[in-house]
Write a protein that binds this ligand. Structure first.
Ligand SMILES: [Zn+2]
Length: 208
């Protein structure tokens, strides 16, 4: 990434440097925000200006003071409110953020799982658990008739989350990736290939 400064011709280099020094915090914030591509590969510090993916969109984290500690999402920001006496406690910021994120994982994955299950006329809907997985977005276990979803799906768009769930729900009927499996998948989600592409940006596999 490069930084280009345009200035009027008569400005001296010193004046330009002074201007940049005054703006340095803003510049750093912008660089941190636009320079981040993939959430999992960046070490998180939970400070203002950091980019975080949430449901497929990039948000800028902003830490602010408040009388109570909580996290809220506005159009382009994730606000992390800390009590002033805790403002230097970076571990606490991380814990607050991760607690909020795991609540959002549970909320959204459970909601989408319920919604996608309705597309199937299974009498016995597989049980679902949310797990931290390294190489898969989701998996289906024949033995226990259960589906595991990767907690990292919270970074992906809702449509892509739906695709993972529908894919795994199709395995309840067809355990392998044979012709019948894809027939069922295409019937339940005609645009599944588009959603699969979206997920590939984020790196993990749907099924091993
Ligand atoms: Zn599969």
């Amino acid at each position: 990434m490069e930084l280009i400064v345009r200035s009027p011709f008569e400005k001296s280099l010193e004046e330009i440097e002074n201007f940049l020094m005054r703006k340095i915090q803003w510049v750093r914030k912008q660089l941190a925000f636009f320079g981040t591509q993939e959430p999992a590969q960046v070490e998180r510090r939970y400070i203002s200006g950091e980019a975080h993916y949430y449901l497929g969109r990039q948000y800028m984290l902003e830490v602010a003071e408040s009388h109570r500690e909580y996290v809220s999402v506005s159009r382009e920001r994730i606000m992390l409110y800390r009590r002033s006496e805790n403002s230097r406690d970076l571990m606490g910021a991380k814990q607050l953020f991760l607690k909020w994120q795991s609540e959002m994982v549970a909320k959204h994955l459970n909601e989408r799982y319920r919604a996608m299950s309705r597309l199937f006329d299974y009498k016995d809907i597989p049980t679902m658990e949310i797990k931290a997985m390294e190489k898969r977005w989701g998996s289906y276990r024949v033995k226990t008739k259960s589906i595991a979803l990767n907690a990292k799906l919270i970074h992906a768009p809702l449509d892509a989350i739906d695709y993972v769930i529908v894919h795994e729900l199709c395995h309840h009927e067809h355990h392998d990736h044979g012709k019948e499996f894809y027939k069922l998948l295409s019937r339940k989600m005609p645009n599944w290939q588009v959603e699969k592409k979206k997920l590939e940006r984020y790196g993990a596999l749907v099924c091993g």
